[in-house]
Design a protein around this ligand. Structure first.
Ligand SMILES: Cc1cc2nc3c(=O)[nH]c(=O)nc-3n(C[C@H](O)[C@H](O)[C@H](O)COP(=O)(O)O)c2cc1C
Length: 336
């Protein structure tokens, strides 16, 4: 494989990372044996994510996936993460100077990159595989983040109430609603970004406590019909917060790396993950979660884990839309 072919293989996998509203806010530049990953600020959610926190979490997830793709080829990635004050949109540079055989676990994680889907709804009332939560916590710790399981009933209800309040507020806010609608294409749309109707349920699946999902269908009735095999009532699953001790761009990128390792690890055990980050897009709610539910650490993601049969689809832009190769790197940073 030439360096360019390796870069293409890596980016073909990396685009399958999760991103907020499937904005895919990334660009890759490959020069010789190095890939630079830049955030694509044109895809930032200016209303819901003015600081670019969720944009950089998304880029961090793509960075983890790129590194995992290199491991799947038996390369040892060397990674420089931000900050570079001269290039504010530069997320990381990755090169692959050495080789070492990949482990079975790395191959298993890599095998889930294209299979994994965000779940939107409730779960079957069955326990998670033993040892999974410990493995997920370890995934977070590797990137300096912490996965805090919100097990206590009162705290779980408080977290659900914050999601509910954020969702209610968002639905009454014209600017936020319009921004979300721009990333929620209609059925049959040829778009390769945004959240397609075959990735969320047409009828909200209520759980106890209720963690309402985002209103991607905005009143059109779009979405998947309920699975006939679904068992009722649905469980809310195991709720958790992914947190970081500080709240700088580098922390967001590392939270994104931790997030993707967590999602892929859960997927290897057959567990699904739902994301309910709505309250983290409101300063007041994020602050109350930080002080009330996460010991003062900064909440970066709200997650729920559980077992469920998933039918969701997802789309991605083709790698050629996001990868530039060959030229000098400065030609393609998009920051000029
Ligand atoms: C920072 C971040 C925040 C997200 N927040 C939510 C959310 O609140 N609700 C939701 O349904 N999905 C959320 N997602 C999942 C994305 O919508 C999802 O990754 C994207 O649509 C691609 O779909 P896939 O993960 O199934 O491939 C979030 C993802 C990221 C990276």
């Amino acid at each position: 494989m030439t360096a360019e072919e390796t870069a293409r293989y890596v980016v073909t996998a990396a685009v399958w990372a999760p991103s907020v509203h499937n904005t895919q806010p990334w660009r890759f530049t490959a020069v010789r044996q190095q890939i630079s990953l830049h955030a694509d600020a044109a895809r930032q959610l200016r209303v819901a994510d003015p600081d670019g926190r969720e944009m950089l979490i998304s880029c961090g997830a793509a960075l983890f996936t790129a590194r995992l793709a290199l491991r799947s080829l038996g390369f040892v990635p060397e990674t420089d993460v931000l900050p570079d004050p001269g290039q504010p949109l530069l997320v990381a540079r990755v090169s692959w100077p050495r080789r070492a055989a990949s482990t079975e676990f790395e191959q298993a994680l890599f095998g889930q990159v294209r299979q994994r889907r965000t779940h939107r709804g409730g779960f079957d009332p069955v326990p998670l595989p033993p040892g999974l939560l410990a493995a997920l916590r370890e995934s977070a710790a590797r990137y300096g983040a912490m996965l805090r399981i919100v097990a206590d009933d009162g705290r779980r209800a408080a977290l659900a109430a914050a999601v509910e309040e954020a969702e209610r507020t968002q639905r009454l806010d014209g600017e936020r609603t319009r921004e979300l609608a721009r990333w929620a294409p209609a059925p049959g749309s040829p778009r390769t970004d945004g959240v397609p109707p075959d990735s969320y349920p047409a009828r909200a699946e209520h759980t106890d406590p209720d963690f309402p999902g985002r209103d991607f269908a905005h009143g059109h009735g779009w979405g998947l019909p309920p699975l006939s095999t679904a068992r009722w009532p649905r469980s809310a699953g195991v709720a958790a917060l992914l947190t970081t001790a500080r709240d700088r761009p580098a922390d967001w990128i590392n939270a994104g790396q931790a997030l993707q390792r967590i999602l892929l690890t859960a997927a290897t055990s057959g567990a699904a993950t739902a994301l309910n980050t709505q309250p983290l897009e409101f300063g007041r709610l994020r602050e109350s979660i930080r002080t009330g539910l996460s010991d003062g650490a900064y909440p970066q993601m709200v997650l729920r884990f559980g077992a469920v049969i998933q039918a969701a689809a997802s789309v991605r832009r083709p790698p050629d839309d996001v990868l530039s190769t060959g030229g000098s790197e400065d030609d393609s940073t998009g920051e000029g």
